[in-house]
Design a protein around this ligand. Structure first.
Ligand SMILES: Nc1nc2c(c(=O)[nH]1)N[C@H]1C(S)=C(S)[C@@H](COP(=O)(O)O)O[C@H]1N2
Ligand SMILES: [Mo]
Length: 245
C-alpha cells in the first residue's frame, strides 16, 4: 500500500519535470532507501512513534485563531497572496540526492492525509482543526535524503522583527505519520492567518514547531550554523527545541 502511494506521488513529481530520477532504477532505489529509513527510525523509536490524539468533526473549533505572524508583509508574500499562491514553490533541498521544487498543484496531487488534532500554544490556548496534506516522509523519500542528514529544517516566508521564522525537527518527528505539509484547514485552502499556502503539522509537538508560510524543507547534519544555532526562531530566544506534548 505504502509502496503504491509512494509511486503515485513520484508520478506526480515526475510529471512536474522537476526531478532527475524518473528512470525506474533510480525509482526503485528511492523505495529501498525509504525502507531503510523506516527500519532505522523504527529501531530508535521508544514511544515517540505514538500518534497524537485525533478528534471528531464535531470537536472542530469554530474559529482557528492565528498566532505570531498572521499577515506577512515582507519579501514576495503579499504578491503571492494576491496571485492566490499560483506561483508559490516549495523546495526540498540540503542533504538530498534529488532536490525537488514543487508547485501547489504538485502538492495537491500527492497522496493526502487528513487529521483532526488539537494545537497547543505555549501562550495558553488550544484549538482543534482538520489538516490535510501529504506526509513529510513522502517528500523526503522522493528527495532521497542522505544518511548523514540528522535534522529537517523548515524555512518560512515571514519575518518577526526582521528575522526569518524557521523551525527544525529530528528524523523521528520528520518521519512520524502525522507530520504533514498541510494545505487545507477544515477542507479549505489555508487562510493567510494560519500559514497559507503551506504549513507544517507536527502533532506531537507544541504550536511554535508548526512552521507556517513554508518555502523550503532542508535536510541538514547539524543545526549549529542555522539562524542562532538553537534550531528555531523561538528556540534562539530560549524556548525548548524538543517541545513534545
Ligand atoms: N512562519 C511562522 N510559523 C509559525 C509562527 C510564526 O509566527 N511564523 N508562530 C508559531 C506559533 S507560536 C504558533 S502557536 C502557531 C500558530 O498557528 P496559527 O496561526 O495557525 O494558530 O504557528 C507557529 N508557526
Ligand atoms: Mo505558540
Amino acid at each position: 500500500m505504502r509502496r503504491r502511494n509512494v509511486l503515485a506521488g513520484l508520478g506526480a513529481l515526475f510529471a512536474a519535470g522537476c526531478s532527475k530520477v524518473a528512470d525506474s532504477r533510480a525509482g526503485s532505489s528511492i523505495l529501498s532507501a525509504a525502507e531503510d529509513w523506516h527500519r532505522k527510525a523504527h529501531r530508535m523509536l521508544a514511544g515517540r512513534e505514538a500518534l497524537a490524539p485525533e478528534f471528531e468533526r464535531d470537536d472542530i473549533s469554530p474559529f482557528f485563531r492565528g498566532n505570531g505572524s498572521t499577515d506577512p508583509q515582507n519579501g514576495g508574500y503579499p504578491q503571492h497572496a494576491a496571485e492566490g499562491f499560483a506561483n508559490w514553490r516549495l523546495e526540498v533541498r540540503g542533504l538530498v540526492d534529488n532536490p525537488l521544487i514543487l508547485s501547489m498543484d504538485n502538492i495537491r496531487r500527492l497522496p493526502q492525509r487528513s487529521q483532526i488534532t488539537r494545537h497547543d500554544c505555549v501562550e495558553g490556548w488550544s484549538a482543534i482543526g482538520e489538516w490535510t496534506g501529504p506526509q513529510l516522509s513522502l517528500l523526503l523519500d522522493a528527495a532521497k535524503v542522505r544518511e548523514e542528514a540528522k535534522f529537517v529544517v523548515f524555512r518560512c516566508a515571514d519575518e518577526l522583527s526582521g528575522t526569518p521564522y524557521y523551525e527544525s525537527v529530528d528524523m523521528i518527528d520528520a518521519y512520524h505519520p502525522q507530520t504533514i505539509v498541510a494545505h487545507l484547514l477544515n477542507g479549505e485552502p489555508l487562510p493567510v492567518r494560519n500559514g497559507a499556502p503551506l504549513r507544517m503539522r507536527i502533532e506531537r509537538q507544541l504550536g511554535y514547531k508548526h512552521a507556517k508560510y513554508l518555502t523550503a524543507i532542508e535536510a541538514v547534519a547539524s543545526l549549529d550554523d542555522i539562524g542562532g544555532g538553537a534550531g528555531g526562531y523561538w528556540e534562539d530566544r530560549g524556548y525548548q527545541w524538543y517541545a513534545g506534548v
